[in-house]
Design a protein around this ligand. Structure first.
Ligand code: ZN
Length: 405
């Protein structure tokens, strides 16, 4: 892009999902924002192309014929600064690369710390989030690690939320897991109270993002907090809820009460998680019960470690989680469960953007929204990616790379 002229692009010919399917097949981006979504005729009549040809604007024209044009993805659970360490120091995963995210169509990411709040810090996570932002995507973080009392930058969750722009909540806090701090209801309630007031004062959602393990109690500690305190259900977003059938049934109850639930991609019975509910099947069940996937999201848990423990709790294997699994889960839901793309897209676009209070700036294609756009082939492969108005992936190849890539 030429720095002396306002840049942009016209993406034409594809099926546009905002994430709702609209009739038009044209989208225009100007600077960092979406300028227009609709029929091509209006863009042609606007003189935008003439302004580009005359050299007034620096406009790229992209033919998306035979493709889907969708909002950039919002992944609200990625271990961007690395994760893991359950098998000792050599099992700490490295920091994520910028292109790992962009090649997966992710243009907004929320970074989380995870199990290790000792050798990794929230400050380190913040630094990594700032680096990715400078490299070209939009980033936020959760303060904290698995444990309660949890790790912070300023000394407490409330101040982190008030004072640090990128902190939008606390997480991932582990419950019902052998790696959690085994918190009492009171501990969880007090942490959530900190997040609530910090969020109010800082103008943030103040989300309490809960990691659910395979523990028998499942969401019970969360239900106890809701029953015994004045905290609203909108404060909490539990994740990994498709890890066991029992947990998934509890999550449906949480959804019935109005809460947002987050599935984890790559978790399923065919991937070594015994008794887990594959996201494709989970989407189908939730659609049958609720009629839509409102309040349902999926995140990748990407770049964290993928430990496998045996029946004695011993670590037997470890890998690094990819970030492109969420899209693969949508494809499986389309092909195996015959669910329409339009019903599925909100789980990685508008739904997470809504509970993170980033909507409609993020998670949708509308005039004035950030210029975050993904062009997908019909078999849901990422072809082109625009992040904050800049073309970062073209024909599946990165045009922009991270500083050290
Ligand atoms: Zn987790």
């Amino acid at each position: 892009m030429d720095a002396s002229r306002l840049g942009g692009m016209i993406i034409e010919g594809g099926e546009v999902y905002t994430p709702e399917r609209i009739g038009g097949n044209c989208l225009a981006v100007l600077g960092e924002k979406i300028a227009y979504v609709g029929e091509s005729e209006l863009v042609n009549a606007s003189g935008m192309k003439q302004m580009a040809r005359s050299g007034l604007l620096d406009i790229e024209e992209i033919d998306a014929t035979g493709c889907y044009v969708v909002p950039g993805f919002v992944d609200a659970h990625v271990h961007i600064a690395g994760g893991g360490g359950e098998g000792g120091f050599h099992t700490r995963t490295p920091e994520i690369r910028f292109t790992a995210l962009t090649l997966a169509g992710i243009t907004t990411v929320v970074g989380v710390l995870g199990v290790d709040g000792v050798t990794r810090s929230v400050a380190g996570l913040l630094a990594k989030a700032r680096a990715l932002e400078q490299e070209g995507i939009t980033t936020y973080i959760y303060t904290g690690a698995y444990e309660i009392p949890t790790r912070t930058i300023t000394g407490n969750v409330r101040s982190d939320l008030v004072l640090i722009d990128k902190v939008i909540g606390v997480g991932e806090i582990a419950i019902s897991d052998h790696r959690s701090a085994q918190p009492e209801t009171f501990d969880l309630a007090r942490l959530a109270a900190e997040a609530r007031v910090g969020g109010l004062l800082g103008g943030k959602p103040g989300i309490v993002h809960l990691h659910l393990g395979r523990g028998a109690r499942g969401l019970k500690p969360l239900f106890e907090v809701l029953d015994q305190t004045d905290l609203p259900i909108s404060q909490f977003v539990p994740t990994h809820i498709n890890r066991t059938r029992h947990l998934f049934e509890q999550a449906k109850e949480f959804r019935r009460r109005g809460g947002v639930i987050d599935l984890t991609a790559g978790v399923g019975p065919d991937l070594g998680e015994e008794g887990a509910v594959a996201p494709a099947a989970a989407f189908a069940e939730l659609l049958t019960e609720f009629g839509s996937l409102d309040g349902v999201t999926i995140s990748s848990d990407g770049n964290g470690s993928l430990p496998t423990f045996d029946e004695h709790g011993e670590l037997v294997d470890i890998g690094v989680g990819p970030v492109d699994l969420t899209l693969q889960e949508l494809y499986r839901a389309m092909t195996e469960m015959h669910l329409p793309l339009e019903k599925l897209l909100p789980v990685i676009t508008s739904n997470p953007a809504k509970y993170l209070k980033l909507y409609p700036r993020k998670g949708c294609l509308a005039p004035g929204s950030d210029g975050d756009v993904v062009v997908l082939t019909k078999d849901l492969k990422v072809r082109d990616v625009v992040a904050k108005g800049r073309l970062v992936v073209r024909n599946g190849k990165p045009l922009v790379r991270g500083t050290f890539e």
